[in-house]
Write a protein that binds this ligand. Structure first.
Ligand code: FDA
Length: 325
C-alpha cells in the first residue's frame, strides 16, 4: 500500500513543472549558489548546528566535468574559512571521476583532501551505490596511508557487507576510522542488502554498536527515532555523551571540530525539532547542506532511485507537524 502510494507520488512529481519541483525541494536544498548555502548555515548556526556542505551533482560523463567540482569545492573551502563557519565537506566520489577512470578519480579526490587539510577541514566521501563501495573505501585507505587523516567515508546499514567493512577498517585504520553510518538511500539488489524496514533498522543499529566498540568516530545520520534512540542508549553504555571527553580506551585523540567520539547528522529541512532537541541536550548536531545549479536533476533522480523518498516528502507537506524544518 505504502509502496503504491510512494510510486504514485513519484510518478506525479516527475511530470510536474520545474517550478513545482523547485517549490517542493526549496526546503531540502539551500539554493542554486554558494551564497545561498552560506546564508542557510549562518541562519542555522543560531540553533547550535554545525554543517557539512554538498555541491549537487553526481556521476559525470567525462573527466573534464570533474574540474567543475574541484573548483567549486575550493570555493566552498574559502567560503567556510572566510565566514568562520563550523562546517566541513561532503563529496560524491563519482563526481570526481571514480567510475570513469579510477586512478584519475582518486587523484582528483586527493587534491581536494590535501587542500582541505591545509585549512584543517574534514572531507566526507558520501557513499553511492554498490558499484563504488569498495573503491570508495579504498580511496580513504590510500589517503590515510599518505598521512591525510582528514577524510572518512559513509557506511550503509542496509548492505550485508557493512559489518565486515567495519571489522576490516578497524584493522587498517584503528581509532583513526571516522564514519557516517546511515541506512543507505540506494535500493540495492536483494542478494546484497536488506529491504524490509525492521531489518534495515536492526542492521544499522548493529553497525552503530560495532563502530562504537571499535573506538571509531561515529556520525549517526538518521531521522528515524528507533535509530536515534538506540544510538543514544548505545552511547550511554560506552559512557559517552554530551560534554564528556570520549572515555573509550581504544578511542583516537579528540578530533578537530568534532564531537566527543560521535555526532548526530540530519538533512537540511528534515526533522528540525528532533535535531534541535538533540542539540539542546548538548549533542553535537550537523546539518547536511546541499546546494547547486543541479537541484532539479538531483531532486528527480533521488525520487526515481528510491520512491520512499516521495512518500516522505508528501508526508512532510501533508502532515507538516511530523516533520518541521
Ligand atoms: P526513515 O527513512 O525511516 O525516515 C524517518 C523519518 O524522517 C521519515 O518518516 C520522514 O518523516 C523523515 N525523512 C527522512 N528522510 C526524508 C526526506 N528525504 N524528506 C523528507 N522527510 C524525510 N545515504 C547513502 O546511501 N549515502 C550517503 O552518503 C548518505 N548520506 C547521508 C547524510 C545524512 C546527514 C543523512 C541524514 C542521510 C544520508 N543518507 C545517505 C540517507 C540515508 O541513508 C537514508 O536514506 C535517509 O536518512 C532516510 O533514512 P532515516 O534513517 O532518516 O529513516
Amino acid at each position: 500500500m505504502v509502496g503504491l502510494f510512494s510510486r504514485t507520488v513519484v510518478a506525479a512529481t516527475v511530470r510536474m513543472p520545474k517550478w513545482f519541483v523547485g517549490w517542493v525541494s526549496r526546503r531540502y536544498v539551500a539554493g542554486p549558489s554558494l551564497n545561498d548555502a552560506v546564508e542557510v548555515m549562518q541562519r542555522l548556526s543560531s540553533e547550535g548546528a554545525c554543517f557539512t556542505v554538498d555541491v549537487l551533482g553526481e556521476e559525470i560523463t567525462n573527466l573534464e566535468q570533474a574540474n567543475f567540482f574541484l573548483e567549486e569545492y575550493v570555493r566552498v573551502v574559502d567560503a567556510i574559512s572566510s565566514n568562520k563557519l563550523d562546517a566541513n565537506l561532503s563529496i560524491k566520489p563519482t563526481a570526481f571521476g571514480l567510475l570513469i577512470d579510477k586512478k584519475k578519480g582518486m587523484e582528483n579526490i586527493e587534491k581536494l583532501v590535501r587542500m582541505a587539510n591545509e585549512h584543517n577541514m574534514f572531507v566526507r566521501l558520501d557513499m553511492e551505490d554498490h558499484r563504488v563501495t569498495t573503491d570508495t573505501i579504498q580511496v580513504v585507505l590510500d589517503l590515510h596511508r599518505q598521512g591525510l587523516t582528514n577524510v572518512g567515508t559513509v557506511l550503509q546499514g542496509r548492505l550485508f557487507r557493512t559489518l565486515d567493512d567495519i571489522n576490516d577498517l578497524e584493522v587498517d585504520l584503528g581509532p583513526a576510522a571516522d564514519y557516517r553510518i546511515c541506512k543507505g538511500i540506494y535500493l540495492e539488489p536483494e542478494e546484497i542488502s536488506y529491504s524490509g524496514y525492521q531489518d534495515i533498522v536492526d542492521a544499522t543499529n548493529a553497525c552503530i554498536d560495532r563502530m562504537l566498540a571499535a573506538g571509531a568516530y561515529c556520525s549517526i545520520a538518521s531521522h528515524d527515532l528507533p535509530v536515534v534512540e538506540y544510538a543514544k542508549s548505545a552511547l550511554e553504555s560506552h559512557g559517552m555523551g554530551p560534554g564528556i571527553p570520549d572515555p573509550r580506551p581504544n578511542a583516537g585523540p579528540a578530533r578537530n571540530a568534532k564531537g566527543p567520539g560521535y555526532e548526530f547528522q540530519m538533512l537540511l529541512g528534515v526533522r528540525g525539532p528532533l535535531r534541535r532537541k538533540l542539540s539542546a541536550a548538548g549533542h553535537r548536531t550537523r546539518v547536511y547542506i546541499p546546494y547547486g545549479e543541479k537541484w532539479y536533476e538531483y531532486s528527480i533522480r533521488r525520487l526515481k532511485e528510491n520512491p520512499t523518498v516521495g512518500a516522505q516528502v508528501a508526508k512532510a507537506f501533508l502532515m507538516p507537524w511530523t516533520n518541521r524544518p
